[in-house]
Ligand binder design. Structure first.
Ligand SMILES: Cc1ncc(COP(=O)(O)O)c(C=O)c1O
Length: 387
């Protein structure tokens, strides 16, 4: 399908004022998401608790829509408030099962829950050039651990982002999951920086567990996230939540039973307390919006924009920190460095001209979404030239 990107841009009023190139931090919501969120509050204002049944249904509709978006079954999805919450849930289930491989490029939300739960089981894989980890690096570490012939060295879990927040490095999930399947290792993916921007399909790409949030590429605003847990593991390993509420019961409306756990047989067992409907509704509207455009179209457009900016940055002699040689490792994130100026100085100067980017580590991170245009990037380049 051919997309009319100019028309789509009109769904984002932010584009009238800003060249907003910071979607890896927080993205603006499009008009259709805003409308649905407003409708919810209006309904709550006008009808109070009478809206309950309607929104319980919307919650399940959202679960279906979201599951389809990531290629899973709805029984494998639980709503959370954030990636951190999701990663905590997953780490509670897996951190005592064996060694967990983490890496030093991750956002803290990927790593800290595992370190908190069982620091003795954590090992770090080395990064190459401080910007990527290759499958070979993980394989080498695992064989090295296995050679120590000790039951305590059996690797059970690999945790990594699909796309790294600090470099934009995209790992090859197909290759990685082929390996984890052979070795019977759980593959846990932080999909925060890919979902909504790049193709991400848990079944096709062999992901066992995934955690994400809604306020970045997913265009859904704050306080919403989701986890995916392959049903096979829910059943076979009897994976249990470490926090439990009656919302995890088979019958949530049975208030008489406050003595006996009858855990739901799907991922809803991980949902705690009264649902945050307003955020689930935003996710529903956003997934509908993204699905209408099509994730493959979105990915294609974003990579067009990042390819465009890479060429311009190279011509200006900026040092690009992101690994860009292998095109398959590119994503919606490009990080670069100036040899002369501190990144924060540049970020502030750009902000004064309504060009919004972020500092990450020693670099400046640009993260265009599909609603951005080449003109947004030209404005950035023009200002960088002047610096
Ligand atoms: C890869 C990654 N994971 C997680 C987060 C944040 O997660 P949370 O929803 O827990 O705030 C970020 C960014 O802020 C991120 O870049």
């Amino acid at each position: 399908m051919k997309c009319d990107w100019i028309k789509i841009r009109n769904d984002f009023p932010i584009t009238k004022k800003y060249s907003y190139l910071d979607n890896a931090a927080i993205s603006p919501i499009p008009i259709p998401v805003y409308i649905e969120a407003c409708k919810f509050y209006k309904n709550l204002m006008d009808h109070g608790g009478k809206i309950w049944t309607k929104y319980i249904k919307v919650k399940e509709e959202t679960r279906k829509r979201y599951a389809e978006f990531i290629g899973s079954n709805d029984s494998e999805i639980a709503f959370t408030h954030s990636t951190s919450e999701g990663m905590n849930i997953i780490s509670h289930m897996l951190s005592n099962k064996g060694i967990v491989i983490l890496n030093g490029l991750e956002f803290p939300a990927s790593n800290l829950p595992w370190i908190n739960n069982n620091p003795k089981n954590v090992r770090f894989v080395k990064c190459r050039d401080n910007n990527r980890i290759e499958l070979e690096d993980i394989v080498d570490l695992i064989y090295d651990l296995e050679s120590k012939v000790d039951d305590n060295n059996i690797v059970k879990t690999i945790v990594t982002s699909h796309v790294q927040f600090s470099t934009g490095y995209r790992i090859d999930l197909d290759k990685l999951s082929n390996f984890t399947k052979q070795k019977k290792i759980f593959l846990v993916i932080n999909s925060t920086q890919s979902l909504g921007s790049l193709y991400f399909n848990v079944k096709e790409q062999g992901v066992d567990f995934a955690a994400t949030n809604g306020h970045k590429w997913m265009l859904s605003s704050f306080g919403i996230g989701a986890i995916y847990i392959n049903k096979k593991y829910l059943d076979e390993y009897q994976l249990k939540p470490s926090f439990f509420s009656h919302f995890g019961q088979k019958q949530i409306d049975n208030y008489e039973n406050n003595k006996q756990i009858e855990m739901s047989d799907n991922a809803t067992r991980f949902e705690i307390g009264t649902p945050h409907f307003q955020n689930i509704i935003s996710l529903n509207a956003a997934v509908k919006y993204l699905s209408n455009i099509g994730i493959k179209n979105i990915e294609h457009r974003i990579l067009q924009l990042t390819d465009y900016i890479i060429e311009k940055l190279e011509s200006l002699n900026f040092e690009i920190i992101s690994p860009i040689k292998n095109k398959n490792q590119r994503s919606g994130i490009i990080v670069f460095r100036s040899k002369k100026l501190h990144p924060l100085t540049i970020v502030k100067k750009l902000e004064n001209e309504n060009v919004i980017v972020s500092q990450r580590g020693k670099g400046i991170r640009i993260s265009p979404h599909f609603y951005n245009s080449e003109e947004d990037l030209d404005k950035l380049i023009l200002l960088l030239e002047k610096l």
